[in-house]
Design a protein around this ligand. Structure first.
Ligand code: ADP
Length: 393
């Protein structure tokens, strides 16, 4: 059986999925797994599509010291136990820089170019590229495809792409890239099936509300604005990331508090957002279960910023025909959806409480001027599809 491996490599974990790519059909997910605790307490877990556990194995830190070693151990396990024929690997790569507006075959030249974007995403890009480099060395025959979180947003107009800085900074790559592009691309594709009239000509906001959170304005299925910018820190507050913050606060941290760049980075990426505000957790489920003032503030702030940013994106679109919830919180929290919908009533949004509680596809009433939808995202399937498109050309 021909399969495609989809890889999403982080600093201490590698998530992977295997898709059956029989000709003429949509990729079918067969296996979902992850290597966690790389370099500290490495543990490989995987399950078949139906949920059956296939492996749960711990390794010593010297056996699996880095991402490349984790990839090697995972592929050893796959080769020993599964009868797949690996035909291609699709990689999630956070940054495609200013130029890549679509996925690309990751050969040696492309890898060198993508390495130049590491300073634009120092926490993610080097980890995303490590498995590509290692496979180019050990399996140079294997087709590898890099799929970018930025690519879907590359058609933005200049006013959406620039910061109000001297032009030279834009030329060197300081731009509003936007992220979560694979999720938005998948959702835009699903809308073409489930709500074709909205997908083709509609003005749509998609809210990707997961551990990372952002929103995207879609006009006729294309991204025209995003709440994220140069990095995945901007816009909405997230599990542990601050979201939008006055740059003057950072100047204050540097000059008055003598904080080093690494300390500021840690604060903004790891200690802020829902975790920082609540003082309890970055997990929305825990906050919803708590009645502490911190949890209440964190949830209120999250909803408030979603509503503010929705107003901004509706202005970019010149109105609003549909609002879509996706990702962990968007797909699962009926309470957050209800609160966001109530805040958007001025735009003509009327939620249907029963449909919302039942997590239906359409959760607005027939009278609502704006269609409210829940569309579960699938970034890995999007990567498998992109990878397949290169195999078939
Ligand atoms: P990522 O893929 O970025 O790690 P997810 O899209 O899985 O993130 O989203 C994770 C978030 O979704 C967490 O904040 C988690 O609490 C939240 N979440 C998951 N299930 C629920 C639920 N039933 N109710 C509320 N929040 C949920």
């Amino acid at each position: 059986m021909d399969v495609v491996l989809v890889v999403n490599a982080g600093s201490s974990s590698v998530k992977f999925q295997i898709f059956d790519v029989a000709p003429g059909t949509e990729p079918q997910r067969l296996v979902k797994g992850q290597f966690e605790g790389i370099g500290t307490r490495p543990r490989l877990r995987a399950e078949a599509n139906g949920g059956t556990q296939l492996i749960d194995k711990s390794y010593s830190p010297d056996q699996v010291a880095d991402v490349a070693a984790a990839m090697a151990a995972a592929s050893d396990w796959l080769q020993e136990t599964q009868t797949f024929k690996l035909t291609a690997v699709g990689h999630r790569v956070v940054h495609g820089g200013p130029d890549y507006d679509r996925p690309v075959v990751a050969d040696v030249e492309v890898l060198a170019r993508l390495e130049r974007y590491c300073p634009l995403a120092p926490l993610h890009q080097p980890n995303n590229l490590a498995p590509i480099r290692s496979l180019l060395k050990h399996r140079p025959d294997l087709l590898q495809v890099a799929c970018f979180d930025t690519a879907f947003h590359r058609g933005h107009s200049a006013v959406a792409d620039y910061y109000a800085l001297p032009e030279s900074y834009h030329r060197e790559g300081v731009r509003r890239y936007g992220f979560h592009g694979l999720s938005y691309e998948y959702v835009a594709g699903r809308l073409r099936t489930v709500a074709p009239e909205i997908a083709s000509g509609g003005r749509v906001i998609v809210a990707h509300l997961g551990s990372g959170a952002s929103m995207c304005a879609l006009a006729g299925g294309k991204s025209i604005e995003s709440t994220m910018g140069f990095t995945a820190l901007d816009g909405l507050p997230m599990g542990t990331r601050s979201g939008q913050i006055d740059p003057g606060v950072l100047l204050y941290f540097m000059t008055e508090k003598a904080m080093a760049p690494a300390a500021i980075e840690n604060l903004l990426y790891q200690e802020s957002g829902l975790k920082g505000l609540s003082g309890i957790s970055n997990d929305m489920r825990e906050l919803e279960a708590s009645n502490s003032p911190g949890a209440t503030l964190a949830i209120d702030y999250f909803v408030h910023r979603i509503a503010l940013n929705a107003g901004m994106l509706a202005a970019a679109l010149g109105g609003l025909d549909a609002f879509v919830f996706t990702a962990g919180i968007g797909e699962n929290s009926s309470a957050i959806r209800a609160r966001v919908a109530a805040k958007l009533s001025w735009l003509g949004v009327i939620a249907d409480p029963a449909a919302n509680t039942a997590s239906k596809l359409l959760i607005s009433t027939p009278e609502s001027r704006v269609g409210l939808y829940i569309v579960p995202t699938d970034e890995e399937l999007m990567i498998a599809r992109h990878t397949l498109s290169f195999m078939r050309t």
